[in-house]
Write a protein that binds this ligand. Structure first.
Ligand code: KG4
Ligand code: ZN
Length: 340
């Protein structure tokens, strides 16, 4: 009897240990994310050796939890998708080893998935994405705008040439002595501030295909240095102004892309930074201006998770693709040719 495909997905590219079970394309049986935030918080960033050990300890526990109380068992899994890159090699290796150990004895197809493709297709977990579309991806390691003619036809429009937006949030938080990770801390402080209070430069590199965050980060540092004491009101205004400037930068990148691609049917904002409600709110203005829906996945699918890896894995599996057993991690792996 032919079984319905059931994908087991594993994500360990950074500091989230995550597993998911998906009947493709979007019936998610369960997905679990164990965040290592507490482990890395004292260091103000991810420590790769600690992260890989924590993935190793946590994966078997999450695996038992994944099937607990479900009617299906590990024997019902038909495909195994695992994040192959980009990410930390030590941590990717743990997930890949786990995937190989599960798939090999059962002779199941194994596919190494691009983590960025997972983020790009994450909105599809909720409802079918419409194409052609523009997808703005902003995470701790990547920031880029893509044009998707279809789910498997991806063109890079713009990308950062220095920091990623999530990284800039994390650095600004550090400068202000706010807790790690910076994104949620800056957003929280910004709620009490005025986004127009401090004038920060809108990053505009000469290369029209480049985004750049370094000038903005320097401007924030100068503002901080020009104050002898950091009052709560100043911190709130600076966070709000920084966040607003980032929102404007994304807005302006999307505006020019919509004008170049007037056939665009939807705009998606994805990745960890897409959890930011203030920026999501600013981008909604595009709906009013251009009549194009602007969509973000729910917060749990913005930050790293395995559900999006399962969904991206289906892109390959449904075409009959799989990888050899000796699959190796890739610390760098573009989802579309760069040339910026
Ligand atoms: O997608 P993600 O979980 O991991 C990567 O693939 O990098 O993104 C993590 C990034 C971190 O830099 C974090 O500070 C940022 O997303 N982030 C936010 C918010 N929540 C998480 N940035 C701005 N506002 C937020 N609310
Ligand atoms: Zn990510």
């Amino acid at each position: 009897m032919k079984r319905d495909p059931l994908i087991l997905a594993i994500e360990t590219s950074c500091d989230e240990t995550a597993l998911a079970l998906l009947y493709p394309p979007r019936t998610l049986l369960r997905h679990l994310v164990f965040s290592q935030l507490e482990l890395h918080r004292p260091y103000g960033g991810v420590v790769p050796e600690l992260a890989s050990r924590a993935h190793l300890e946590r994966l078997p526990l999450l695996f038992s939890e994944l099937f607990a109380g479900l009617e299906i068992t590990p024997e019902d899994v038909t495909h195994v998708a695992v994040t192959r890159g980009p990410g930390l090699v030590n941590t990717l290796l743990v997930g890949i080893g786990f995937a190989q150990g599960f798939a090999y004895p059962k002779g199941l197809p194994l596919l190494g998935v691009n983590h960025l493709l997972g983020h790009l297709l994450s909105p599809d977990l909720i409802s079918p994405m419409v194409f052609p579309s523009l997808v703005f991806l902003a995470t701790g390691g990547h920031t880029a705008l893509y044009y998707l003619r279809r789910s498997d036809s991806i063109q890079l429009i713009k990308a950062t040439v220095d920091d990623a937006i999530g990284e800039a949030f994390d650095k600004v938080a550090k400068l202000l002595g706010l807790p790690y990770p910076g994104g949620p801390s800056v957003e929280k402080e910004a709620r009490g501030g005025d986004g127009e209070a401090i004038l920060l430069p809108l990053p505009k590199p000469e290369n029209p295909r480049a985004l750049s965050l370094s000038g903005l980060k320097t401007a924030v540092r100068r503002e901080i240095q020009s104050h002898s004491a950091l009052s709560p009101a100043f911190i709130a205004d600076l966070c709000a102004s920084f966040q607003r400037t980032i929102g404007r930068m994304i807005f302006s990148a999307l505006t020019s892309a919509i004008e170049t691609h007037p056939e665009t049917k939807a705009v998606y904002f994805v990745g960890g930074v897409a959890r930011n409600e203030a920026i999501r709110g600013m981008l909604k203005e595009l709906e009013r201006e251009y009549g194009i829906p602007v969509v973000s996945p729910p917060p749990e699918f913005c930050t790293d998770n395995a559900a999006m890896i399962a969904r991206a894995g289906w892109e390959g599996f449904h075409k009959g693709q799989s990888d050899p057993w000796d699959l190796q991690p890739l610390s760098r792996w573009e989802v579309a040719p760069s040339g910026i």
